[in-house]
Write a protein that binds this ligand. Structure first.
Ligand code: NDP
Length: 455
C-alpha cells in the first residue's frame, strides 16, 4: 500500500471510530502525515503498533462537578482528565475551563501535548484536562467553590510522580491557587508542590512561569527569522488573544523592537496603529488579570485606538483587517482559516508562529506553506510554557530555587534546542519545514521509549 493510501485509511478508520471528535482527528492527521513514512520504513514501530497505540489515550476520566453559585443555587458541570501517554515520564498538561470543552477537544490537546513535551527534551508524558465551566462573569467565591468541587474528583488521579496539571484557557494564577489549596486539603494536608505547576513564586512556583509560553514563542520566532537573515526589530506584529500567552508574547516582542498592532478577546480586537507601548500593555494586563474586563475598554481609554467587532468569529479577529509582517495567533484552536491565511499572505505576512494550540486549520497551513511563509507550529513554538513547568517540578522536588536569569537562560536553551531539532528532522531542499521537523522529532523519542518498555 502506498503511503498516501495508508494515511487515508488510518485517518478514515479513526474518524469512523470517533466521528464527533473533529479537532482530535485534525491533530492526529497532521502528525500521521509527517511520521507515517518513518513508521512504514521501521519494522519495529510497525510490529509494536506504535501509531495505533499512540492515538488511544492510556486513560480518560470524566466526572460530574457540583457546586453552588452566589445565590445558593446548585450548578453542575462536566470535568475531565485525559492521560494520553506516559512513556517519557509522568503525565503533564494543562487544565482548560471554557464552555466549549468536551472530550474531543481535550483529546486533541492531550495528543499534541505528548509531542510538545517530548520536544522539550524533559521526562514528561502528555495529558490534558478541564471542564465546560465558564469562569467569565463568575465571582471569586464561585470560582473557588467550583475549583474545590473539581479537585474533589480530580485529586485521586494526579500527584507528583503520576500526573501534574497546570493552567490553560480560563485557568490562571487565581484558579491554580484554589486548585492547589483544595488538592492539599484532599491529600490530608500534605504539601506536594510538584503536583501542580503555575503556582505563585512564594508557594512553590517558578519565577518566569507566567511569562514562559509567550517569551518562548518569541525566542523561537527569533530563531526562525535568523535563518532567513531577519530580526523582529521594526516588524509589524498582529497578536490575537489578550490572555497569558498573548500578554507575554506582546511584552517580549515590544522589547525586541517590534510594533505590536493588535490584541483581542472573544468579543473583538483592538488596533493601535502606533503600536502598543509597554505602559499600554501594562494597562491591558491589569484590565485582564485583575479587573477581568473586556479588551474594548482599552480602546475606550486611549486615543487613536480602534475597536473592531462583528457578528461572525472572523470579524472579531485581526487577520483580514490589519496588514502585518508577523502573525501570532495566541487565543484558541482554528482561529486562522483558509481565507484568513489568504488575506495575511496577500497583505505580505512573512512569518506565523503559533502561541495557541492548533490555531491554524490544515487548509490555512497549506496556504502559508505554498506561499513560502515561515510557519512555526504550536507544538514547537509554544513549548516554553511546559518547559518551565518542568523546571518548576525540578525546583519543587530538589528544594532549590532558581533566579529569574537562570530560568530565562534555561528557557532560551530549550527553545534553541527545539529549533535545532526541527531543523535536523525538517530540512527539505534547503528549507526548514517546521511542521514535519517538530512532528518527527517529537514522535521519535516517544516511539523509541514505547518500544523499549514493551507492552
Ligand atoms: P487565557 O485564558 O489566559 O487567554 C485566552 C485568550 O484567548 C483570551 O483573550 C480569550 O478571550 C481568547 N479566547 C479564548 N477562546 C476564544 C475563542 N473561542 N474565540 C476567540 N477568543 C478566544 O489562555 P492562555 O493565554 O493561557 O491560552 C491561549 C492559548 O495558548 C490556548 O490555545 C492554550 O491552549 C495555549 N497555550 C497556553 C499555554 C499556557 O502556558 N498558558 C501553554 C501552551 C499553549 P475571552 O477572555 O473573551 O475568552
Amino acid at each position: 500500500m502506498k503511503c498516501s493510501e495508508g494515511i487515508s485509511k488510518f485517518i478514515l478508520d479513526l474518524s469512523e471510530k470517533y466521528p464527533s471528535q473533529t479537532e482530535f482527528i485534525q491533530a492526529v492527521e497532521e502528525v500521521v502525515r509527517s511520521v507515517y513514512p518513518i513508521v512504514k520504513e521501521n519494522s519495529i514501530y510497525r510490529k509494536h503498533k506504535i501509531l495505533e497505540r499512540l492515538v488511544e489515550p492510556d486513560r480518560s476520566v470524566s466526572f460530574r462537578v457540583d457546586w453552588t453559585d452566589d445565590k445558593g443555587q446548585v450548578r453542575t458541570n462536566r470535568g475531565y482528565r485525559v492521560q494520553f501517554n506516559n512513556a517519557l515520564g509522568p503525565y503533564k498538561g494543562g487544565l482548560r475551563f471554557h464552555p466549549t470543552v468536551n472530550l474531543g477537544i481535550l483529546k486533541f490537546l492531550g495528543f499534541e501535548q505528548i509531542f510538545k513535551n517530548s520536544l522539550t527534551g524533559q521526562s514528561l508524558g502528555g495529558a490534558k484536562g478541564g471542564s465546560d465551566f465558564n469562569p467569565m462573569g463568575k465571582s471569586d467565591l464561585e470560582v473557588m467553590r467550583f475549583c474545590n468541587s473539581f479537585m474533589e474528583k480530580l485529586h485521586r488521579e494526579i500527584g507528583p510522580d503520576r500526573d501534574t496539571p497546570a493552567g490553560d484557557i480560563g485557568v490562571g494564577l487565581r484558579e491554580i491557587g484554589y486548585l492547589f489549596g483544595s488538592f492539599r486539603r484532599y491529600e490530608n494536608d500534605l504539601f506536594l508542590p510538584s503536583a501542580i505547576t503555575g503556582k505563585g513564586p512564594d508557594w512553590g512556583g517558578s519565577l518566569l512561569r507566567p511569562e514562559a509560553t509567550g517569551y518562548g514563542l518569541i525566542l523561537f520566532l527569533e530563531e526562525m527569522l535568523k535563518v532567513v537573515n531577519h530580526s523582529l526589530s521594526g516588524k509589524r506584529v498582529c497578536i490575537s488573544g489578550s490572555g497569558n500567552v498573548a500578554q507575554y508574547a506582546a511584552e517580549m516582542a515590544i522589547e525586541s523592537g517590534a510594533k505590536v498592532l493588535t490584541m483581542s478577546d472573544s468579543s473583538g480586537f483592538i488596533f493601535d496603529k502606533n503600536g502598543l507601548s509597554k505602559d499600554k500593555l501594562k494597562f491591558i494586563m491589569l484590565l485582564k488579570n485583575e479587573q477581568r474586563g473586556r479588551i474594548k475598554q482599552f480602546a475606550d481609554e486611549f486615543d487613536g485606538v480602534e475597536y473592531l467587532t462583528g457578528s461572525s468569529d472572523d470579524s472579531r479577529r485581526p487577520w483580514r483587517y490589519v496588514k502585518c509582517d508577523i502573525a501570532l495567533p495566541c487565543a484558541t484552536q482554528n482561529e486562522i482559516n483558509e481565507d484568513d491565511a489568504g488575506a495575511l499572505v496577500e497583505n505580505g505576512v512573512m512569518a506565523v508562529a503559533e502561541g495557541a494550540n492548533m490555531p491554524s486549520t490544515k487548509e490555512a497551513i497549506r496556504v502559508f506553506k505554498s506561499a513560502g511563509v515561515l510557519f512555526g507550529p504550536a507544538k514547537a513554538a509554544n513549548a516554553g510554557g511546559v518547559a518551565v513547568s518542568g523546571f518548576e517540578m525540578s525546583q519543587d522536588k530538589s528544594g532549590v530555587r532558581w533566579t529569574r536569569a537562570e530560568v530565562l537562560a534555561k528557557l532560551r536553551d530549550t527553545m534553541l534546542e527545539i529549533h535545532k531539532r526541527c531543523t535536523e528532522f525538517g530540512t527539505r531542499s534547503g528549507c526548514i519545514d517546521y511542521v514535519e521537523g517538530s512532528n518527527i522529532a517529537g514522535f521519535k523519542r516517544v516511539a523509541d521509549a514505547m518500544v523499549a518498555q514493551g507492552l
